[in-house]
Design a protein around this ligand. Sequence first.
Ligand SMILES: [Zn+2]
Ligand SMILES: [Zn+2]
Length: 139
Amino acid sequence: MVDGYTFSKANKISHTWHCSSRGMMNCKARVRIDRSNTLVCVLLEHNHPPPKYIVTKDGQYLNYKLINSGRSQLLMVDGYTFSKANKISRTWHCSSSGMMNCKARVRIDRSNTLVCVLLEHNHPPPNYVVTKDGQYCKV
Ligand SMILES: [Zn+2]
Ligand SMILES: [Zn+2]
């Protein structure tokens, strides 16, 4: 992770790390790590804001974002979507909580930080497609 952005390698022998949003956002940012483990050739011109991350108990980084799906707003965490029971509620339940009886939920505190994360889903993440105007549709 560099400056809030995440980078990933194309393959194991490669020393170049590309922005994780390269595929989705066509971002050109990349860094290179030389043999002495020094960061070189840094191109840090992203064409998108840094992704928001939460750190789970076991040290995993998960990105999350708010997305629009029709009239309602959804919270996407690690490929799963969450929705609020009502507007004043700060707890987001897994969108499949009714259908699949999934117990996963997250909470957003007053400083917009994700807390109290229970991310144990009993189902695979749903498939979404993004339309031209940035709307998410379940497929
Ligand atoms: Zn980028
Ligand atoms: Zn779930």
